[in-house]
Design a binder for this molecule. Sequence first.
Ligand SMILES: [Zn+2]
Length: 177
Amino acid sequence: MRAFVPLLPPECSKPDFMKSPFDKFQEETLKSLANQVSASLGTSVILPASGWAAMLRGLRGDCPRCGGARLFLRFLKPIPLCPRCGQDWTLQQADDFPAYVSILMTGHLMAPLIITLIRETDLSVPAVMAIVVSLALILMIGMLQPAKGAIIALQWWFGMHGFRKERLGAILDETEA
Ligand SMILES: [Zn+2]
């Protein structure tokens, strides 16, 4: 019986369409982050004292776990690995919740302003629209990153999506929790 001969030799394999052109960049970023983590392994990590403290760190765009490094690699892309404490942030699942929070907050902040503009001023409708739309966009986009940081911080604090629940001065493990 003849053995199965593949049509293409292994070295001319088809291009891997699942691999994105950014994978190389990703791999290099991960490698340099891993190096930074190993360099800072001796430094102590100060965990936040409360969920609010963790949220505050996230709001400022800092790592909720150690507060000593940036949480975001790009505008809404969290760093895969904290360069200071080594926390894996790929576990976060903020999804579209930050956008939901930003829209909700923008609506509540804008409503009194819209009412005041219409009641107290004689501005034309296009003028009111120009102010309202531009301000709403600025608020919405401005709140996206802090909202995402705070949501990731809460997910980490409550040990959601595979995050390890850690508390200041106490070591929690799965059997205790
Ligand atoms: Zn950290």
